[in-house]
Design a protein around this ligand. Sequence first.
Ligand code: IPM
Ligand code: MN
Length: 353
Amino acid sequence: MALKLLCLAGDGIGPEIMVATQKVVAAAAACHGLDLQFEDREIGFAALEAQHSTIPESVIEAARAADGVVLGPVSHNAYPPREAGGLNPSGVLRKELDLFANIRPATSVAGLPTPTGAPVDLVIFRENLEGFYADRNLHSGPGEFMPVPGVAMAMRLVTRHASERIGRAAFANAEREGRKRVTAVHKANVLRTSDGLFLEVIREIAADHPDIAYDEVLVDAATALLVRDPSRFDVIVTTNMFGDILSDLATELAGGLGLAASLNLGPHHAAAQAQHGSAPDIAGQDKANPTSLIGSAAMLMAQLGCPPVALSIQTALTEALSRPATRTADIGGPLGTTAFTDSVIDLLRETDE
Ligand code: IPM
Ligand code: MN
């Protein structure tokens, strides 16, 4: 089997955590005899300077052609306007590759304290193309507009098709991974039409999975419950903006957003993506924790039919995080990016010998 991954390092700490990720994934691939190639292309500020766009069309084409994409963090808040090439690479790739599901596990690590002391083990299935986030959906118009000065309006798009896709993905994951409950998080008591449709579709899918427990929680209540008792959640399925917000909360409760992996998934493509930002303030100082991108790449390898490679990466990563001596500074350890990466590779090779 041979695989080609398109690697888009992005801005800030992106290049250094991409190097770390490629070293770990390459080591795991070698342990399992997998022929793995990386293709590096620029996005973000580097692409803007060279090609007048933060995500050139040639990169989108390369993403379509690759077996998988590894997407680093981008500083899209600092980009110029869209008209000047300041596109959001994350939103563009989700739209162009039809990456309708954003899969975000929140998993605490034994030995690594969580803010509340409670363990966390859940996964969020976030609809990735609709809702208020009109910069990436194929159907709606401007998304946001200002009909008259001083009045801004935003459109929220929820379709049966998108709700079906994310609902089916969530229940299929629960079946495949042995998870027992799917919880739909919504605000249908206010957003009666849009979240009413979302719940109507999810209930239909739930009825087709009688062996999986199903319930529904209002999004405001869900934030309180996540802090009070994260164990009451197993799989969360929700719309775009709620998933964006809940995934940061859940992963922080699991030990830190900087540890959080994510996979953007569509019918024909998949993109691993760090959940955190580009952290320009620590770029180039060997301080960045590469866990999020490495864990995301492990999810991608599992998706691409290489679960042994994914397991090797995740096992070594979890072991390194569980030991104070092999942690990075953001989680109280002594190591820089390079030394942490080498520790993960050493553990990986020990485990696979
Ligand atoms: C995320 C991010 C992005 C999103 C932003 C940076 C565009 O918040 O992936 O969680 O929600 O689309
Ligand atoms: Mn976010």
